[in-house]
Design a protein around this ligand. Structure first.
Ligand code: GLA
Length: 737
């Protein structure tokens, strides 16, 4: 079993050895009940019990009756550090206690080993299905003065290099306490010889990969925007100095939460690195009444001894198999056409039908009607909240347009942005207090809209009823759920003054409960999340909606970088990608159709352009790409991804092209894609060394008919001499013979 617990008889210490297939994570309980972190690295079968505590005569000691003068919390690596005692580094938890202090002294109290992964109430999380798949250690700590209990959970996966951590705080005192900070995971690494990797960017430029060396002090990323945001993904990795795509140690951390978060690494004066991740303490506190408990969201921790590529594949499998849920989890995702870039707000039912005719000829399976179908929504300045069909634009309503799509053999999908309200809307007139705002302060608009107060039950109940009505009003099989502004003025008219710092967190809980109810009620609907593109691309969302619109930037070259970053953590099945028009609407760039199509085939595939403007030949070409995708989608959506050359690798060569491979789980089929990023007049030859093939087999290139041994392809490579700016991109299909 993955968890070993041992007591060392001689000195009263004990330890937990948490084993995944390739890693061990060791927790020591010291003689005085201090819970210390003893390491996380490659798998070992035995632990000597040596917790290798650094002793120093320069620190503030632990209680003198228990410890020698040279043992200080400041240098003891801890599992969950507290504030106010002799650890002066930023702690994982801060509670405002009844006596006016913030000091907490947590010691081992008890532990349980649970033969499954318990669910986190009201929160998205990975889940176990089969017995023996996960063992969970619930390690209970207690404050030395008060009846305050903090349980650290470690769900250890037997067949995956994954440990999931979360925390529960119980107030068993007879008064209220206030949680001011609660990190879900905290690890003290013994040294700081690591690189920190983060994915940052903006609207249209999401999840660019940045790496830096750790230095003393704080290096951190966060969101204060109410959602996980375009700006920093809730993901951080620490890489050993020699780590690369296929070698070296990598520790990946992803927060299963869609709101304000913080991930930080604090390097101290002994040059040890403390990693912590959790709810952003900014504008957060939680009133914990006597007898109440609080559970903080989960952090997924992945270990790889073989570089970033293996880390990504571990995340992908876990998220596909044990985070996503519902009927669409493993189903091939349909090829969609979305009318947004084709029509924007200017459409009626006739125009949509003409577009659908072209799309049908182009091999599309699902028509998605984007923004503008409801209320007085002729532009983006009004009508959010009025989820009633605009019959001026759509004569015959939704049922008519759905039946027209059905006649053409297409499914029908609809755009909604339920978390928002426009000041110019019937909903706002009826319930001006339902938006997030501070009474007496001017309301700040973004895209002329306000956020609804999802921390209030009456608001989520109203949305549940209204949306249920819309979803049931016609045969709708796909919903694009958008979210197009950030939170300001966090305040709820439904909460007391002292609870106002709970608003941002309660908002996300309200969103999760609404999504839970709607996805349960409409299990056949494929939900796709969106937040001005990829502004809420996180595992919390994936628990409810198995795919996410990756970015509003549909330019093929921009997408190569955005998508490569996204795949560091999120599986291709989660990444929604469309072929759009040229010149591209976001960048003005012209790229060949092949490059746009092959780039979009890296995820769940679709189109976002006015096909009525294309020639017959172009439609026929597009139909070929659709057919191709239908053949390879099971490999892209459920196979293994190998990045061959990634945009963030900075050598001269790789700045010029990117390449990746999708390989079916049984290794019988592989799709290799290569794409120029910076085209040269006379492009140098590319020798592409493949990965992930069955080393004992031969593979046939379906286009040329040539047969190669897998070893030749992996060790000597494929020579791509004819790839030049004119064709920019190539896809090679290999089948095992
Ligand atoms: C956001 C989305 C787009 C589109 C528009 C509609 O910007 O990211 O894909 O749906 O809203 O207003």
């Amino acid at each position: 079993m993955p968890v070993v617990f041992e007591k060392c008889a001689e000195d009263g210490t004990s330890f937990f050895l948490l084993n995944t297939p390739n890693s061990s994570y060791i927790i020591s309980v010291l003689e005085n009940g201090i819970v210390s972190h003893s390491g996380w690295s490659r798998r070992i079968e035995k632990w000597s019990g040596n917790s290798a505590i650094w002793k120093t005569d320069r620190g503030v000691n632990l209680p003198p009756d228990l410890d020698p003068r040279n043992l200080s919390l400041d240098t003891v690596p801890q599992e969950y550090s507290t504030a106010g005692k002799s650890d002066f580094r930023p702690g994982a938890i801060e509670l405002a206690l009844n006596d006016g202090t913030h000091t907490l002294d947590l010691r081992y109290f008890s532990h349980d080993i649970i033969e499954e992964k318990p669910q986190l109430e009201g929160l998205p999380a990975t889940y176990s299905v089969n017995s023996g798949e996960v063992e969970t250690v619930a390690l209970k700590l207690k404050d030395t003065k008060y009846d305050i209990f903090v349980t650290l959970f470690y769900a250890v996966w037997a067949e995956r290099d994954v440990i999931c951590r979360w925390v529960k705080i119980e107030n068993k005192t007879d008064g209220k306490i206030k949680i001011e900070k609660v990190m879900s995971a905290c690890i003290d690494f013994a040294g700081s010889d690591y690189k920190m990797l983060q994915m940052s960017g903006s609207w249209g430029r999401e999840r660019k990969v940045y790496m830096r060396d750790l230095v003393p002090g704080t290096q951190s990323i966060e969101s204060r925007r109410g959602s996980s945001s375009h700006h920093h993904n809730p993901f951080v990795a620490l890489l050993s100095e020699d780590a690369s795509e296929d070698s070296g140690e990598v520790f990946g951390f992803n927060f299963v939460y869609s709101g304000n978060f913080e991930a930080r690494i604090d390097v101290d004066y002994m040059e040890s690195a403390r990693f912590s991740m959790g709810i952003n303490p900014y504008n957060f506190s939680w009133n914990l009444e006597a007898g109440a408990s609080f559970t903080a969201p989960e952090v997924v921790m992945v270990y790889s001894k073989d570089g970033l590529g293996a880390m990504s594949r571990t995340f992908h499998d876990l998220y596909r198999e044990r985070l996503c849920r519902g009927e669409w989890k493993d189903k091939p995702r349909p090829i969609v056409i979305n009318n947004w870039e084709a029509t924007y707000f200017d459409f009626d039912e006739k125009k949509l039908c003409v577009l659908a005719d072209a799309a049908k000829d182009a091999g599309v399976e699902m028509f998605v009607l984007d923004d503008g179908w409801f209320g007085n929504r002729f532009d983006d300045r009004r009508a959010l909240g009025d989820w009633v069909v605009n019959t001026q634009k759509l004569k015959g309503g939704l049922s008519y347009i759905v039946s027209e799509m059905k006649k053409r053999g297409l499914g029908f999908g609809l755009w909604v942005e339920p978390e928002m309200v426009s000041p110019e809307s019937e909903l706002f007139k009826a319930h001006p207090d339902w938006c997030i705002h501070i009474p007496g302060r001017e309301m700040y608009l973004a895209r002329t809209q306000l956020m609804l107060d999802l921390s209030r039950k009456e608001v989520t109940d109203y949305l549940f009823e209204t949306l249920s009505g819309v979803f049931a009003s016609a045969d709708i099989s796909y919903i694009k759920w958008d979210f197009n502004r950030y939170m300001t003025d966090a305040y709820s008219e439904g909460l007391e003054t002292e609870q106002q710092q709970e608003v941002a967190y309660r908002y996300v809980l309200g969103l999760y409960s609404l999504l839970e109810r709607l996805t349960a009620k409409f299990p056949h609907i494929l939900f796709e999340s969106c937040a001005s593109g990829g502004g809420r691309f996180d595992p919390g969302i994936l628990y409810y909606m198995p795919q996410i619109w990756t970015s509003d930037n549909t330019d093929a070259l921009s997408r190569i970088s955005i998508q490569a970053g996204t795949t560091l953590v999120y599986p291709p099945s989660a990444m929604s990608c469309h072929v759009s028009a040229v010149p591209n609407h976001q960048t003005g760039r012209i790229t060949p159709l092949a490059q746009r199509a092959f780039t979009a085939m890296a995820g769940t595939y679709g189109y976002e352009l006015d096909m009525t403007k294309l020639t017959k030949e172009e439609i026929a070409q597009i139909a070929e790409y659709s057919n191709l995708y239908k053949k390879i989608r099971y490999i892209v959506q459920s196979g293994d991804l190998y990045r061959l050359v990634s945009p963030w690798e900075k050598s001269d060569k790789v700045e010029k092209y990117a390449a990746w491979m999708n390989v079916s789980k049984d290794k019988s089929f592989a799709v290799v894609t290569v794409s120029w990023v910076y085209a040269e007049a006379l492009a140098p030859k590319i020798v592409l060394k493949l990965k992930g093939l069955d080393g004992n087999a031969d593979y046939k290139d379906l286009k040329s008919g040539k047969i190669y041994s897998a070893k030749e392809l992996m060790y000597y490579g494929l020579l791509l001499a004819n790839l030049w700016p004119g064709n920019a991109s190539e896809q090679i299909l290999l089948v095992r013979v």
